[in-house]
Structure formats: structure tokens, C-alpha cells
Design a protein. Sequence first.
Lengths: 113, 115
Amino acid sequence: DSGVTQTPKHLITATGQRVTLRCSPRSGDLSVYWYQQSLDQGLQFLIQYYNGEERAKGNILERFSAQQFPDLHSELNLSSLELGDSALYFCASSTRLGYNEQFFGPGTRLTVL
Amino acid sequence: AQKITQTQPGMFVQEKEAVTLDCTYDTSDPSYGLFWYKQPSSGEMIFLIYQGSYDQQNATEGRYSLNFQKARKSANLVISASQLGDSAMYFCAMREGQGDYKLSFGAGTTVTVRA
């Protein structure tokens, strides 16, 4: 158990809908990262937050947004969902700025029908 | 261009034998870190080992060791004394620089350990 929690574990929804994925980092970790794992794109970095502030952005679609709250948990919002958004979404956290390791949560498997 | 290349899509290894997973990387930044993660069929990503670009010695963590050849830009993972529980997908990843800390991942290598 990495200490990073993600909810829900599975999510099935329809095209055009909006969902929110939640992540709680390990106790004391200030940095949160979101990654998407799909069959065609592999594992891709989406976005990073550090102590509430957006730190880096990757190949995140405009339909996707995220935030990190004062208690350091983070939410990834996916809207106007398309079939191609079906993927495993991981949250990872690290103590400082991910220098030595990032600990991954169990992931949320999103299926868009 | 691919930052991380894993050329072995799948490998078979006999239980108790060692296996080497290849990883080459591409960066012009002198400061970077290399990571290996294991993803079993259950889906979670398990951190295995880390090597910093300035580390003089190869990293080791139990049965895992990283064969770091800086000039060749390779960071191969060696798993010694393979166990059935080692059957999984293995990903090599890199963090570049000291700005943002996102990881770039390779395509992964599936390892199947045979009894």
C-alpha cells in the first residue's frame, strides 16, 4: 500500500458526461501528479500541483481540469467525455518535488460507453 | 522523439533465474533521475528503484539492481532470483531537470516468470 488513495476505483459513464476523480496524497506529501494510462498512448503525465498551486502541465485536454485543495487532496475533472477518454487514471504524490520517487495510488479505471 | 525506449515488449524467465530489462533514455539535461516501476495485473504502480544522474554507484534495492551506463544512456533493470510474483509489466521512467518533476514513461516490458 503506497499510502495514496484514489476514489472511485471504477467509473462507468456515458459520452458527454462529466466525472470527478479524487486523490488523497500520502500524509505529508505536498506534490500531486495526475497520469493517464491508455492502450494507445501508454502512460502520460497530465498535470502537477504543489501545495495548492499548479506546477506543470502535460498533454492535458482543455476538457480536463484539476485542482488541489488546502487539505492537499486533489480532484481531476473530466468533462464532455468521449470514448477515447476511457483509461486508467493515476494520482501520484511525493514529499518535495518528486526528486527521488513518486508514489502512485491504485488508479481509477474510467470506462466511457 | 521518445525520451524513454524499452525495446522488449515481452520476456519469459525461469523461476530463480535473473532477468535484465532494457531501458535507454534521451535527454540533454545533466540533472535527471531514472525510475523503474512494476505494474502487476491488478493495475497498481509499484515503485522499485531510483538512480540519479550524479549517483556514482548503481542503485540496488533487494533483488532489484539498476545497471546505469551514463555514456550509453542506458538504465537496465536486473531482477535476480526471479519469483512467480515478479510476473508483471515493468516501466522505465525519467525525470528531467530541476524544474517540473513529471515522469516520462517507456512503453513497458511484460515479464512472465515460468515455474
